[in-house]
Design a protein around this ligand. Structure first.
Ligand SMILES: Nc1ncnc2c1ncn2[C@@H]1O[C@H](COP(=O)(O)OP(=O)(O)OP(=O)(O)O)[C@@H](O)[C@H]1O
Ligand SMILES: [Mg+2]
Length: 572
C-alpha cells in the first residue's frame, strides 16, 4: 500500500520499502570500514573507578565498587540478552520480528471487534538484510502513544490484564525495533490511522537504550490510502529460509488456528500467497477477569492490601478477586481471625499472612471461563481438513481448568493417514493463545505431555522417550489469561502439572478416536484381502472339482456359490 508524505520537502512516496534518509541512521551505531555496522566503543568508566596500571591487578574496595554501581536500563539489559527475546540468530530474528508485529495486529483487531485483514511482506534489501512490513486494518494507535509503544521496552496495554491475548509483556514490538536498530541502524517506521476522518501519521522511531525512552526522528501527517489501521516496518539483519521453523511455516500455522483471519503474505522472491478466512465470525470475545484467590502469592496480597481502594477487608476480598462474594469474604476473615471491617491499610503483615493462609481452607468457586476463547472443535477440524491431505480428522476441546489461579483450556486437533509420512515421527504443532510456537520444543509442556502418552495403544509405533512414529499430525492449543512461558521469547509453555495433565487427557481422547479408526480400517483391509482371495481362487477350485468329479457346468457353479457362502460366513 503506497502512501504519500505531505512534508516540507514536498510530496515523497513513503512506500513499503523505501528506506529512510541516511540521516535516520541511529547515532549510537557507526559504519566500520567494511561497510557493515558496528557498535561504537563502550563509554569510559565512570569517575571514581580505580586505574589498573602495570601488571598487578588492583583490588577494589567498597568505595570504588560503589562508584561502579548504577541502574541498568531494561533496554540495555535486553540488548545484551537479546536471545531471551528470540533474537539469538538471524533466521529466528526474522521470525520473531514478524511474529511480534502479527501478534499485535491480531490482538488489536480482535479487541476492537474487527475481522483481521493482514498484509505481511518480507523484502530482501541486501545480503542478510531484510525489511519486514506488517499492516493491519485494526483500530490504529493514537498519535501520542506511538513513540512509547515502539520506543520503550515494558510498555503496553496487556501486562496488567487477566485476559486471553497473544501479547502479555509489553516488550514484543519495541524489542523487534531495537534489534533492527542494533543490526542495521535504521529506525522503526510506523504509519497509523484511527479513522477515515483523522489524518494518518508517519513516525520514524528509535530507542535510546540508556534511558529506555523513544527518540522521534520523524513525526508527520501523511496521505495514506487506508481508512484505518497500522503499518509497521522494520529493517533488520536476518536470514530468510524455507522449511521448518520458517516464516512461511509460521504464517501457515497462524492461519490454521485463526480461521477468522485473512492474510496476504509476500515472501522474498515468491508469489503473493493469500490465506483466506475459514470463518467470517470473530472468535468469542475473551473477557477480562480479576485474579482468583487460589494460587495467589503472599507478596501479591501484601501489595494489593496497600493499593486497594476498598475501605475494609471484606471489600478488598470481594472487590479485587473473582468468585469472592461478601459472604465468602466473611468466611475467609472468620477462618483467619481477622475482622472483615478492618481497614486494609491497618492490617499488620502478620494479619495479611493469616488471611493468605485462610484462603485455601475456604471453598471458592472455580474462576469464570468467559476470559478464554478456544478455537473450538469444529473450526479446528475444518482448518486441518483444509490444510492437510489426511484420511481421518478429529478435534477435542477440554473444559477449562485452573493453574496457579489462572484459567486455561486445552484443545487438540489430529489428522491421520493420507499423504502424511508413515515412517517419520509425527508432526507436533504447538500453539499458545492462537500463536504458533516453533522453538524450544523439547522444553515445552506440550512435548512433555505428548511423550507421556502410550501411543502404541492407539496403533502407532513408539520408542521409549520419543515421539510416536506414524502418519499423524497433532495440533495442541493452550489458551489462558496468562500463559506461563519458559522465557520472554514466548517459545515454550512451562510444565505446570495441571497443564501437562490437561494436555495429556486431550491427547488420549484424540488418540482413542484415531485408535478406533485405525483398528476399524485394519479390519476392513483384512476383510477386503480375504474377499479378494475368495473372488480370485474359488472359481479355479470349481474348475478343478469339475475336472476331478466330472460335474456339469450347473453343478460346478452351484458348488462355487456354496463354497463362497461358507467362506464368507467363516470370515465374519
Ligand atoms: N498494530 C497495533 N494496533 C494497535 N495497538 C497496538 C499495535 N501494536 C501494538 N499496539 C499496542 O502497543 C502495546 C505494546 O506492544 P508490545 O508488542 O510491545 O507489547 P504487548 O503486545 O503488550 O506484549 P508482548 O511483549 O507480549 O508482545 C500493546 O499492548 C498494544 O496496546
Ligand atoms: Mg506484542
Amino acid at each position: 500500500m503506497p502512501a504519500k508524505s505531505r512534508n516540507t520537502r514536498g510530496d515523497r512516496q513513503v512506500g513499503l520499502f523505501d528506506g529512510p534518509p541516511a540521516t535516520d541512521l541511529v547515532p549510537t551505531l557507526a559504519h566500520a570500514e567494511t561497510g557493515k555496522l558496528r557498535a561504537v566503543a563502550p563509554e569510559a568508566p565512570p569517575a571514581g573507578t580505580k586505574r589498573r596500571s602495570g601488571k598487578k591487578p588492583v583490588r577494589e574496595d567498597a568505595q570504588s565498587m560503589a562508584a561502579r554501581q548504577r541502574e541498568i536500563s531494561v533496554s540495555e539489559f535486553f540488548t545484551k540478552n537479546r536471545h531471551l527475546l528470540g533474537f539469538d540468530n538471524p533466521q529466528k530474528a526474522l521470525l520473531t520480528a514478524v511474529k511480534e508485529a502479527v501478534d499485535n495486529s491480531l490482538d488489536a483487531c480482535e479487541e476492537a471487534g474487527i475481522l483481521p485483514d493482514l498484509e505481511i511482506e518480507i523484502h530482501e534489501v541486501s545480503e542478510n538484510r531484510f525489511r519486514v512490513a506488517v499492516q493491519d486494518n485494526g483500530p490504529g494507535i493514537v498519535r501520542p502513544q506511538v513513540p512509547k509503544i515502539f520506543g520503550k521496552l515494558l510498555y503496553g496495554s496487556k501486562f496488567h490484564r487477566l485476559k486471553q491475548q497473544r501479547g502479555q509483556q509489553g516488550i514484543g514490538i519495541s524489542a523487534a525495533g531495537m534489534y533492527g536498530q542494533l543490526t542495521t541502524g535504521r529506525p522503526v517506521q510506523i504509519i497509523s490511522r484511527t479513522s477515515k476522518r483523522k489524518p494518518a501519521h508517519l513516525f520514524h522511531i528509535t530507542i535510546d537504550t540508556k534511558k529506555n525512552a523513544p527518540t522521534i526522528l520523524k513525526d508527520e501527517e501523511i496521505d495514506w490510502d487506508v481508512d484505518r489501521g497500522t503499518r509497521v516496518e522494520i529493517e533488520l539483519e536476518a536470514v530468510y529460509k524455507k522449511g521448518r521453523r520458517s516464516v512461511d511455516d509460521y504464517v501457515e500455522q497462524t492461519a490454521l488456528v485463526n480461521p477468522h483471519v485473512r492474510i496476504r503474505y509476500a515472501a522474498p522472491k515468491d508469489e503473493l500467497r493469500v490465506f483466506d478466512r475459514v470463518s467470517n465470525e470473530l472468535p468469542k470475545a475473551a473477557e477480562e477477569i480479576r485474579p482468583h484467590p487460589y494460587g495467589l502469592e503472599l507478596g501479591v496480597l501484601l501489595r494489593m492490601v496497600k493499593e486497594t481502594p476498598a475501605r475494609n477487608v471484606r471489600g478488598l476480598l470481594s472487590g479485587d478477586f473473582s468468585r469472592v462474594s461478601p459472604a465468602v469474604a466473611d468466611r475467609i476473615c472468620d477462618t483467619a481471625g481477622v475482622s472483615p471491617t478492618t481497614n486494609p491499610r491497618r492490617l499488620s503483615n502478620g494479619q495479611v499472612e493469616l488471611l493468605f493462609r485462610a484462603i485455601p481452607k475456604v471453598k471458592i468457586m472455580a474462576p469464570p471461563t468467559a476470559c478464554l476463547s478456544p478455537v473450538g472443535e469444529e473450526l479446528l477440524q475444518r482448518g486441518l481438513e483444509q490444510r492437510l491431505a489426511a484420511d481421518f480428522f478429529s478435534a477435542v476441546t477440554r473444559s477449562p481448568a485452573v493453574y496457579r489461579g489462572n484459567p486455561f483450556q486445552v484443545e487438540v486437533g489430529l489428522a491421520y493417514g493420507g499423504n502424511l509420512s508413515a515412517e517419520d515421527p509425527i508432526d507436533l504443532y504447538r500453539f499458545a493463545n492462537r500463536v504458533p510456537l516453533q522453538y524450544q520444543q523439547s522444553g515445552c509442556a506440550v512435548t512433555k505431555a505428548t511423550l507421556s502418552v502410550d501411543w502404541k495403544k492407539y496403533g502407532l509405533q513408539q520408542s521409549r522417550g520419543a515421539l510416536p512414529v506414524g502418519p499423524m499430525a497433532i495440533v495442541v492449543h493452550v489458551s489462558s489469561v496468562w500463559v506461563p512461558f519458559t522465557s520472554e521469547s514466548k517459545e515454550a509453555v512451562a510444565s505446570y502439572p495441571e497443564i501437562v495433565k490437561e494436555i495429556r487427557l486431550a491427547l488420549m481422547e484424540a488418540g482413542r478416536r484415531v485408535g478406533i479408526w485405525v483398528r476399524r480400517r485394519r479390519r476392513e483391509a483384512d476383510e477386503m484381502k480375504k474377499r479378494t482371495y475368495i473372488e480370485k481362487y474359488i472359481p479355479h477350485i470349481g474348475d478343478a472339482l469339475q475336472a476331478i468329479l466330472g460335474l456339469s457346468d450347473r453343478k460346478r457353479d452351484k458348488t462355487v456359490d456354496n463354497l463362497k457362502t461358507i467362506l464368507e460366513r467363516a470370515r465374519k
